[in-house]
Design a protein around this ligand. Structure first.
Ligand SMILES: [Zn+2]
Ligand SMILES: [Zn+2]
Length: 386
């Protein structure tokens, strides 16, 4: 079959100490310190076969994520920008939906049948480590990640554990056009990241809340929609890219501001009549700029939820957290807690409409062009349709 394969050279930066785990597993914990000269190519790879507990999917749509772009982009020394867990070469792509074409042996896939239309979690949690058994799958100690450490979905077919698959029928009931339905189904994964951030990690909002979302990429755009669906009365989005500003408007943000032009804290205080926001979501990955603004504009009892990634320390004025009885929450992942089925239901009900954020579609043969297009950062979600 055809697949978009990423290869890179294992050349740890001078001074980077390769851990025993990394040496044994071939997995880099900090990709940007290890992988050099990444190359992407659409090529023929062996057809995957489902083993026990696995299913074979025909991939119908696969979205391009910021992580995929950071696999391809490098710093001046040729190291990839993506900072996290990775093992190459592999097929990339982790936001996908497809049709079950074959089930492997074993009872694990009992909830699936051939022909089922599904999406899948990207995080392959083990289910037997202590965090998994304690109900924290997003903190699994034996994590594999589809499209990062094991083959992903920029391909005609993918094999995934059956336990990660969720049927997307409500999305097909909502969108009679199947191309639209598949592209929307491929956006369930990033939407689940936003759901996990707001509702699972930060404990949600009350109807009537004021919410600020910093960064209107796919996670931020999902956060805007989820906050509105949960009854936020004002959702204020901050975004520098003009196209993403427009998308934030389209998905229901009440105000969309450019933080490079407007003082974010002052704007939030003005829009909330001095009360501040009940929840601020960091989805920009620029905490050194966003957290100080959030801090100044927090309501009493306010919450900050951090989902954007940035490997850096951030100055915080804790006095402010004390006087405001404020809280800060860290979030990663999307698994567990009924998140996937809840998001699929919300999409089926039209409470989240990601058909508005897909701005380009490419065939699998053009997957490299699709990634190059994504590096321009002028699109919403770009989807490859094998
Ligand atoms: Zn992603
Ligand atoms: Zn685990």
């Amino acid at each position: 079959m055809k697949a978009l394969v990423l290869s890179a050279r294992w050349e740890p930066r001078p001074g980077y100490v390769v851990s025993e785990f990394e040496g044994m597993s071939g997995k880099a914990l900090e990709g940007s310190n290890v992988w050099r000269h990444p190359q992407l190519e659409v090529k023929d790879v062996p057809d995957p076969r489902p083993g026990p507990g696995e299913v074979l999917l025909r991939v119908c749509a696969c979205g391009i994520c910021g992580s995929d772009v950071h696999f391809y982009e490098t710093d001046t020394n040729g190291y990839m920008l993506y900072p996290g867990l990775t093992k190459f070469p592999t097929v990339i792509g982790h936001e996908f939906a497809g049709e079950v074409v074959e089930k492997g042996p074993g009872p694990e896939g009992a909830h699936l049948n051939r022909g089922d239309r599904v999406t899948a979690e990207e995080m392959v949690w083990c289910g037997y480590c202590r965090p998994c058994r304690d109900g924290f799958p997003n903190q699994c100690l034996n994590l594999e990640e589809i499209g990062f450490t094991v083959p992903g979905a920029m391909a005609e077919y993918i094999v995934v554990p059956a336990k990660l698959c969720w049927k997307v029928d409500p999305i097909f009931e909502r969108y009679p056009d199947t191309t639209t339905a598949w592209t929307v189904a491929a956006t369930v994964e990033p939407t689940c990241v936003a759901y996990n951030t707001i509702f699972e990690c930060a404990g949600g909002i009350r109807p009537g809340a004021y919410v600020a979302v910093f960064g209107a990429g796919p996670i931020g755009l999902a956060a805007v929609q989820l906050a509105k669906a949960a009854g936020a009365t004002k959702v204020i989005a901050f975004e520098v890219s003009p196209i993403r500003q427009k998308l934030a408007h389209n998905v229901g943000a009440d105000y969309v501001l450019d933080p490079s032009r407007t003082g974010a804290a002052e704007a939030l205080l003005e829009l909330t009549h001095g009360e501040g926001v009940d929840l601020a979501v960091e989805a920009a990955g620029a905490p050194e700029r966003t957290i100080p603004a959030m801090e100044k504009a927090m309501a009493i009892g306010g919450k900050i939820a951090v989902v954007g990634r940035a490997a850096q320390r951030v100055p915080m004025y804790l006095e402010r957290f004390q006087t405001r009885k404020a809280k800060l929450f860290g979030a990663q992942g999307h698994s567990g807690y009924g998140i996937f089925p809840s998001v699929i239901r919300m999409m089926g009900a039209g409470l989240v409409d990601n058909s508005k954020i897909v701005t380009a579609r490419f065939a699998l043969g053009q997957a490299l062009e699709a990634i190059k297009q994504a590096t321009k950062r002028v699109d919403g979600k770009i989807v490859v349709m094998p």
